[in-house]
Design a protein around this ligand. Structure first.
Ligand code: UDP
Ligand code: MG
Length: 319
């Protein structure tokens, strides 16, 4: 029987200060390991020296593969590409910045050996992140959970191990607005978690500015639920009922007392409120229409500029 293979998928964007250390820590964990290991680094259009550093690593180690994107496609797409190219019996997704300690992977593999098909890392504590980031992350996970019909575990990032079966199932989901951790929950399978402390970034800065965080949040919400549309309907109904009651009040005032309200302010307020509600509803619909448009175009998820280290089958043949 051939040795089992573990694929470690690492999305990388402008991580020149970190990447050598990341590979060192990862390979340290798997030195003298009983499984074969392949490392897949996805260079997501980095503008610094990440490409050359990855090239060096790939040239020096046969178990390293690099997918070089033609431009920056984003973290979630990078993970997807890694999963597409992974050959392993299990795939581990881990950030390049060492916030997720590589040592935890061993605990994940243990759970996998016990028959779990998805083992996700649950963040007990997050260190070295701003109060704003922690607060927004906490709020987001809970808000998302209340918005979606799929059960999404809270305080869980993309750091996880998935079985080959899960990986193959996910390849059948061709959607463009990808919220990978949501898709993993959607496909199901036997899932469990291991808890860990999220460390400080080893070096460099976060590659998730507010804009990217909002996009991820939008993908999470709008790709997993049409509850916002239901909320829009509900808001519309509520406003209609209130206006109807107000209409009756005005009519009664006119008929009974014959003193019609003279207020300019009240009519302005009503009109502004209505316009506001309407614009929000149109915006919500726009989010869905935009996503439908993206899907209909059916463009590929990513464009690969160059592949490195994919020729040989290495570790798997070692047995
Ligand atoms: N990343 C990426 N493409 C991007 C942004 C980020 O591949 O457009 C990678 C990044 O290199 C890191 C991971 O995604 O390995 C998570 O990013 P980061 O650590 O900056 O996010 P944070 O931990 O601050 O949420
Ligand atoms: Mg990070």
């Amino acid at each position: 029987m051939s040795k089992k293979l573990l694929s470690i998928v690492v999305p990388v964007y402008n991580e020149q200060e970190v990447i050598n250390e990341t590979f060192k820590r990862l390979s340290g964990v798997f030195k003298n390991y009983f499984m074969g290991v392949e490392y897949i680094f996805i260079n997501d259009g980095s503008k610094d020296n990440t490409y050359f550093k990855l090239k060096e690593i790939a040239n020096a180690n046969t178990c390293v593969r690099v997918i070089n994107f033609a431009r920056n496609f984003g973290h979630q797409i990078a993970i997807t590409a890694g999963m597409d190219y992974a050959q392993g019996d299990a795939v581990v997704i881990i950030d390049a910045d060492l916030q997720d300690p590589p040592e935890v992977i061993l605990q994940m593999v243990e759970q996998w050996n016990q028959g779990y098909e998805v083992v996700y890392g649950k963040r007990l504590q997050r260190e070295g992140e701003t109060f704003f980031k922690k607060l927004t992350a906490k709020m987001f996970y809970r808000f998302l959970d209340s918005m979606t019909d799929v059960k999404l575990p809270v305080d869980v990032g993309d750091f996880r191990l998935i079985d080959r079966k899960v990986c193959d199932a996910m390849k059948c989901l061709p959607e463009r607005s990808r919220y990978v951790r949501g898709l993993v929950s959607w496909v199901g399978f036997k899932q469990t978690s291991v808890e860990y402390r999220r460390e400080k970034r080893f070096a460099g800065e976060t590659k998730y500015p507010l804009k990217k965080m909002l996009k991820l949040a939008g993908d999470g919400i709008f790709s997993f639920s049409y509850k916002p549309l239901k909320l829009a309907t509900f808001a519309g109904m509520l406003v209609s009922v209130i206006s109807f009651i107000y209409l009756i009040v005005v009519l009664v005032q006119k008929l009974v007392k014959n003193n019609v309200a003279s207020g300019w302010a009240s009519s302005m307020a009503v009109s502004l409120l209505f316009n506001g509600v309407m614009l929000i509803v149109i915006g919500i619909m726009g989010e869905y229409v935009g996503r439908i448009y993206e899907e209909v175009k059916a463009r590929p998820l990513y464009v690969v500029g160059e592949l490195m280290g994919f020729e040989d089958e290495t570790e798997r043949k070692n047995d």
